[in-house]
Ligand binder design. Structure first.
Ligand code: 3PG
Length: 402
């Protein structure tokens, strides 16, 4: 894989694929611009090199049709504010009008293309769509790590047609940190997995089993593991079909010498509501009609002790329903535990970054991934189509063996 700083960009049309799929509120205001900020080093580098910079992204899942609520226009304005320069908002992402606009660009100018997913060809990985995008540029730069797990034309097909294709600095940083954490890491290596659904995390867990020394489970997915060791979780969310799988995973971990931790106490509520009645109980004492909403203080202490000697920590997913104050303590305890260690700490996906940023601890984490699904795909050892297209390799593909 080659990188943007290995090429001469002066005067060239440089198409930078970013992931500006940012959250918006009901009025269409951007509520978190971290993904836009993450792309600034790559965009600024190209501008400093006197390139004509064309920025492309998707937003939401508009399914091949133009939908105003998914327009990139507000993102183009925010990018302009952050770059402190005008960003031309193109009316589309391919076609004669866009080609004409690109032809009129001067070095040092920036244009933001309209949402790539307004065209079906994007998510279908249609070569014709990739070819049309490639025709807009002399150099294609992929800096969109967060969508690298998608077989989409703007990150896969385009590479076949672009004259030169390289990765940007965000892509490089994401893969570099991941490799440091998962390939020949400083040990002990711990993986902390939380969030609601065990189903989406089990493949990652299976893969992590081959790499990590300790695995810590929290969030509603822990309920499935509790059920698998015969603990009745009352009305808590859990996945019955995965109970036997969870049991096998716990046994496999033991056999492999991987220490796996599940909660010992929890905060329970009589309903899923921030005003619900709550109690603190051991996991053996969850009342039948109540549900587990967060890990308890003894579990937080257990997890802190387990992480104390770790030299590398990867964390994905909250420990409880942290969006409600009454059930946020377990997640925030984990934030402070991870922020205070001397380990290499990498977090990504599943709102974990939101918790870290709410707690004001972002500065104390070694790296916060811009990826959600892409980060999980890396943890699972999947081949990321966009990385593969660029001729790259994460080192964990093919069953997790480097
Ligand atoms: C993300 O937000 O994880 C990426 O932008 C990918 O979006 P998608 O899940 O809609 O493909």
């Amino acid at each position: 894989m080659n990188y943007i700083n290995q090429l001469d960009l002066a005067g060239k049309r440089v198409l930078i694929r970013v992931d500006f799929n940012v959250p918006l509120d009901e009025e269409g205001n951007i509520t978190d611009d971290n993904r836009i900020r993450a792309a600034l080093p790559t965009i600024n580098y190209a501008l400093d090199e006197d390139a004509k910079v064309i920025v492309a992204s998707h937003m939401g899942r508009p399914k091949g049709k133009r939908e105003e609520k998914y327009s990139m226009a507000p993102v183009a304005r925010r990018l302009g504010r952050l770059l402190k320069k005008e960003v031309i908002a193109a009316p589309d992402c391919i076609g004669p009008e866009v080609e004409e606009l690109v032809r009129s660009m001067k070095p040092g100018q920036v244009m933001m293309l309209e949402n790539l997913r307004f065209h079906k060809g994007e998510t279908n990985n249609d070569p014709e769509f990739g070819k049309a995008l490639a025709a807009l540029c002399d150099v294609y730069v992929d800096d969109a790590f967060a969508v690298a797990h998608r077989d989409n034309a703007s990150v896969v097909s385009v590479v076949r047609f672009a004259k030169e294709s390289v990765a940007g600095f965000t892509m490089k940083k994401e893969l570099d940190y991941f490799r440091r954490a998962m390939i020949d890491p400083a040990r002990p290596l711990a993986a902390v997995l939380g969030g609601a659904k065990a189903m989406t995390k089990l493949p990652a867990l299976e893969n992590l089993m081959e790499h990590a020394d300790k695995i810590i489970i929290g969030g509603a997915m822990a309920n499935t593991f509790l059920m698998s060791v015969g603990i009745d979780v009352g009305k808590s969310l859990y996945e019955p079909e995965l109970v036997p799988v969870a049991n096998v995973l716990l046994k496999n971990a033991k056999a492999a010498g991987v220490k796996m931790y599940i909660p010992v106490d929890c905060v329970v509520a009589d309903r899923y509501d921030r005003k619900a009645e709550t109690k603190l109980v051991t996991v053996q004492d969850v009342p039948h009609e109540w549900m587990i909403m967060d890990i308890g203080p003894a579990t937080s202490t257990l997890y802190r002790e387990a992480l104390r000697d770790c030299k590398t920590i990867i964390w994905n997913g909250p420990m409880g329903a942290f969006e409600m104050d009454a059930f946020s303590r377990g997640t925030y305890n984990m934030v402070s535990t991870v922020a205070q260690t001397y380990a290499l700490t990498i977090i990504g996906g599943g709102d974990t970054d939101v918790a870290v940023s709410n707690a004001g601890e972002s500065e104390n984490i070694s790296y916060i991934s811009t990826g959600g699904g892409a980060f999980l795909a890396l943890l699972t050892g999947e081949v990321l189509p966009a990385v593969e297209a660029l001729g790259g390799y994460t080192g964990l593909e093919n069953g997790g063996h480097s």
